[in-house]
Design a protein around this ligand. Structure first.
Ligand SMILES: Cc1cc2nc3c(=O)[nH]c(=O)nc-3n(C[C@H](O)[C@H](O)[C@H](O)COP(=O)(O)OP(=O)(O)OC[C@H]3O[C@@H](n4cnc5c(N)ncnc54)[C@H](O)[C@@H]3O)c2cc1C
Length: 439
């Protein structure tokens, strides 16, 4: 049995630890804060609980695979619920589209409501990503990849100069379709001019597999995985900040923390599941990457709402300057509602007034409110859970993961994947487990 130390107890760290423990390793998990879950830990105040980051996930199969491969299947511990409407977009010209997940036909009909032929234009755009997904899942997303030995179909995509910005300009005359297609990237802190076109394949995942929420909120995933640490005998050290990895003769030999040094033995391994730029030993290998920054966030506790505001979809996007994203499904006491608002762009007035301009006037109903700026969020999370900011096609080679240049050191999590989001963080943990292999 070899020793593995997992650094960071967010979703990716928990997933890596659970998988590696099941593979027979003796696993220690180190987390800087007092609680496991990272960005999945809800904000809890005055009887309300708001998901701090993710509220739904694409590719539920990744989560199911994690649960199956590390113990009891997900169905025994979580209720994954498909969303009928992934999100509704309301545009400045007063038109709107409620985007369904999981079927092409439903998306065709929904987009046709924006005008004749729009459905076909949208579904043709999405269909182009089908080959990208099949090629990349087989050689990149689901198997540990070697940058120096990429199959030509993967290399061709990674070397393409086509950006998502260019693809959307070329594909859509209608600005509304461009806004829908760019939404997942804008909200992940990306600039479309810097994102390669192939990364747009998330639209295909959304259409084909749908988006899924977890009953009780995403905090439930963190709780269930934290409990799995105990059943898998992972030794968990919270309130322990990792300062660096100690390397001797090119190999990791120990982890230094605020609570002292942890020896890895002669064949131990380290999995870095947070931004590797924070570790002096890894920083030189990732000094060309920058983190994507989270949006301004407002958690609102609301009392009884008028009917037209009770039936909003789980996620409502109010396009404009700034664009506001309203997430309506936080946990609230009876007769109350817990909403989260994210603001993208410069907010020059109070968020409640900005919402009221979109005819969503909740000013009379706010009973509690938590405002969090980007800097405060990054401080709370000890980094950004949105991972690396795209800076062109080469970013894919500038991130670490699953391997790193240091023997015995592996990387998982948002900073080791081509996109933030639970499916990619989950896949990165699977890649690390495959690379390290059974004890
Ligand atoms: C506003 C917002 C909305 C989002 N919405 C969605 C969504 O709807 N769907 C979706 O799939 N994804 C969404 N995401 C992305 C998703 O939350 C992340 O991809 C995911 O949580 C990343 O998990 P992680 O484990 O990689 O990182 P994190 O959750 O950031 O975990 C990293 C952990 O490492 C710890 N740590 C950091 N430094 C140290 C150190 N030196 N020593 C010890 N521990 C350390 C941190 O405290 C933290 O617990 C959203 C993100 C944001 C910000």
């Amino acid at each position: 049995m070899s020793a593995v130390v997992v650094l960071g107890g967010g979703y990716a760290g928990l997933a890596s630890a659970a998988r590696l423990a099941k593979l027979g390793h003796s696993v220690t998990l180190l987390e800087a804060t007092g609680e496991l879950g990272g960005a999945l830990v809800p904000v809890r105040e005055e009887g309300f609980a708001w998901d701090a980051s993710a509220t739904s996930t694409l590719l539920p199969a990744v989560m199911r695979d994690l649960f199956r491969k590390s113990g009891r299947p997900a169905e025994r511990e979580l209720e994954l619920v498909p969303l009928d409407v992934v999100r509704e977009h309301r545009f400045t010209d007063k038109t709107s589209v409620a985007v369904p997940g999981g079927t092409r036909g439903a998306q065709l009909a929904a987009f046709d409501e924006l005008g004749a032929g729009m459905g076909k234009r949208w579904t043709d755009y999405v269909a182009r990503f089908s080959d990208d997904w099949e090629v990349l899942r087989a050689h990149y997303f689901e198997v540990p990849w070697e940058p120096a030995a990429l199959p030509s179909a993967v290399a061709e995509r990674f070397r393409s100069r086509e950006t998502l910005h260019k693809r959307l300009r070329k594909t859509f005359k209608d600005e509304r379709l461009r806004l829908v297609a760019s939404h997942p990237f804008v909200t992940a802190g990306q600039q479309l001019r810097d994102v390669p076109a192939w990364a747009g394949l998330t639209a295909y995942l959304e259409q084909r597999f749908g988006a899924w929420r977890v009953e009780g909120g995403m905090g439930t995933v963190a709780e269930v995985l934290a409990a799995r640490m105990a059943t898998r005998r992972v030794s968990v050290e919270t309130a322990t900040r990792v300062e660096d990895i100690v390397v001797r003769d090119g190999r990791a030999v120990a982890v230094s923390t605020t609570a002292g040094e942890i020896d890895l033995g002669h064949d131990g391994a380290v999995v870095v599941a947070f931004d590797p730029r924070a570790l002096p030993t890894l920083r030189p290998f990732v000094d060309r990457t920058m983190p994507a920054i989270p949006p301004m966030t407002f958690h609102l506790g609301l009392d009884s709402l008028p009917e037209h505001l009770v039936d909003l979809p789980d996620e409502l996007v109010l396009h404009g300057d700034p664009t506001l994203v309203v997430r309506t499904r936080g946990q609230a006491p009876a007769g109350h509602h817990a909403w989260t608002i994210h603001s993208y762009g410069k907010l020059m007035e109070d968020v409640l007034l900005a919402l009221a301009r979109h005819k969503i006037d909740v000013r009379e109903h706010v009973v509690h409110r938590v405002d969090l700026g980007a800097a405060e969020l990054v401080r709370r999370w000890n980094g950004s859970p949105l991972g690396v900011k795209w800076a062109g096609r080469d970013t894919v080679f500038q991130r670490l993961g699953p391997r790193t240049p240091i023997e015995g050191v592996y990387a998982a999590g948002a900073h080791a994947t081509p996109g933030s989001g639970l499916p990619f963080a989950g896949l990165s943990a699977s890649l690390v487990a495959q690379t390290i292999g059974p004890a």
